[in-house]
Design a protein around this ligand. Structure first.
Ligand SMILES: O=C(O)C1=C[C@@H](OP(=O)(O)O)[C@@H](O)[C@H](O)C1
Ligand SMILES: C=C(OP(=O)(O)O)C(=O)O
Length: 419
């Protein structure tokens, strides 16, 4: 007997990572850039307000953000840049501030103040930028803007690729450009995304072995469409995986530049899902019984680690996720947060410094401690599709990247039920 598969569409907002990069590039571009379909969420609003506070105007209309760039860098004489909980803002904006003509304070929430900044600050200091930080190179910072001539820096991006992206994005505005010699690196697809977007705005940076070479140059202002967020889409793809239904997500497709789409095309596909990548949409259909992918190395796509952990109980054998040490220094200690959440629901897990393992089982209800981490909230919502009584202590923390998440998730369930 063939089973009835229910199909529905889920609308996922614009990519956080693409929106943040586009804002910074546009701020340094020659002219006015119009960003279509940007992500409107706490992280990107903080980013846009940070750019504006540095003296580079950003107008936010529905569906279009307009940025008036200045290849000479920020013009404000003084500013306080408030990054809220956003790693992209807290790591990218100090590099933009370094190019300015004033003295800037960069600060953020307690959650972000606890996250590491050291390698970025070390690289900025190698370039002669005046940076003062709190003990342990944490936020808040004072950055003294000035002419940055560039040259060569060494960088350890083994805890976060965001330090490397920050330097790459700012480098064309440096007199000699920049050679960045990379010691270690995580989240490589995010760096590829950075270089691809720089190319879209007219600057061609290249890899030479483990060095990135960015020539001096000027970004060209343009009209730019922000694609949907592949990390956010992972929750909707995972929902199809555990229910055996089909979800179609528009705004992602063959030309997608985000590494996290690999969660669908590689991880879910290896678990028995059918994954169809079209020109401007991706469809995922769950199997009758979810297969364990065995061990999954997630160093490149660690934002989707919790999505996989959240569906792992429904697989037919244990799931082991490895090489995700830097998940311990994100919005929460994510290895601890997701295994604690699953534990509250009766699922057995094991962890190590950079890995976790999840046993198959039927979760029961419980109150999940989200630890103000949007991805714990969204991931455990997926677990809740096949387990009654899973509640989040703070559902509103999804506002970091998708304020409308719960409404869209509920709409998908309703659409499946009606189809
Ligand atoms: O550059 C970016 O836009 C991002 C890089 C990744 O961080 P790490 O490089 O710290 O892993 C990712 O987790 C984050 O959500 C967004
Ligand atoms: C790690 C994340 O964000 P950021 O580092 O940009 O705060 C995330 O969105 O999962």
């Amino acid at each position: 007997m063939t089973r009835a598969i229910r199909q529905a569409t889920a609308r996922v907002p614009g990519s956080k990572s693409v929106t943040a990069r586009a804002l910074l590039i546009a701020a340094l571009a020659d002219g006015t850039t119009r960003l279509r379909e940007p992500l409107v969420a706490a992280d990107t609003v903080a980013f846009a307000e940070g750019v504006a506070s540095l003296g580079l105007p950003v107008t936010r209309d529905a569906g279009v953000w307009t940025v008036t760039g200045d290849p000479g860098g920020p013009s404000a004489a003084a500013a306080t840049v408030w990054c809220h909980d956003s790693g992209t803002a807290a790591r990218f904006l100090p590099a933009l501030a370094a190019l300015g003509r004033g003295e800037y304070v960069v600060d953020a929430s307690a959650q972000m103040r606890a996250r590491p900044m050291g390698p970025l600050l070390d690289a900025l200091r190698q370039l002669g930028v005046g940076v003062q930080a709190q003990e342990g190179d944490r936020l808040p910072l004072v950055v003294r803007g000035g002419r940055v001539s560039g040259g060569t820096v060494r960088l350890d991006a083994g805890v976060s690729s965001q330090y490397l992206t920050a330097l790459c994005l700012a480098a064309p505005a440096m007199e000699k450009g920049l050679r960045i010699e990379i010691e270690d690196i995580v989240s490589v697809p995010y760096v590829e995304l950075t270089l691809a977007m720089m190319r879209d705005f007219g600057v061609d940076a290249t890899w030479e072995g483990s060095t990135i070479v960015v020539p001096p140059g000027t970004y060209q202002a343009r009209e730019y469409r922000i694609e949907a967020d592949a990390s956010t889409a992972s929750y909707f793809f995972a929902a199809a995986a555990v229910t055996g239904n089909t979800v179609v997500v528009p705004g992602l497709g063959r030309h997608c530049v985000q590494g996290d789409l690999r969660f669908a095309t590689e991880v879910l596909a290896s678990m028995g899902c059918r994954v169809e990548v079209g020109a401007d949409e991706v469809a995922v259909t769950g199997p009758e019984r979810l297969r364990s992918p065995g061990e999954v190395v997630m160093r490149d796509i660690s934002d989707t680690m919790m999505t996989l952990a959240a569906i792992a109980p429904y697989a037919d054998a244990p799931v082991r996720i490895t090489d995700v040490a830097n998940c311990r220094v994100k919005e929460s200690d994510r290895i601890d947060a997701i295994t604690t959440a699953l534990g509250v629901c009766g699922i057995t897990t094991r962890t190590g410094p950079d890995w976790l393992e999840i046993e198959p089982g039927q979760p029961h209800g419980g109150v999940v401690e989200t630890r103000a981490d949007h991805r714990i909230a969204m991931s455990m919502s997926v677990t809740g599709l096949r387990a009654a009584g899973i509640e989040l202590d703070d559902p509103s923390c999804v506002a970091k990247t998708f304020p409308g998440f719960h409404e869209e998730f509920a709409a998908l369930r309703t659409a499946w039920a009606r189809s």
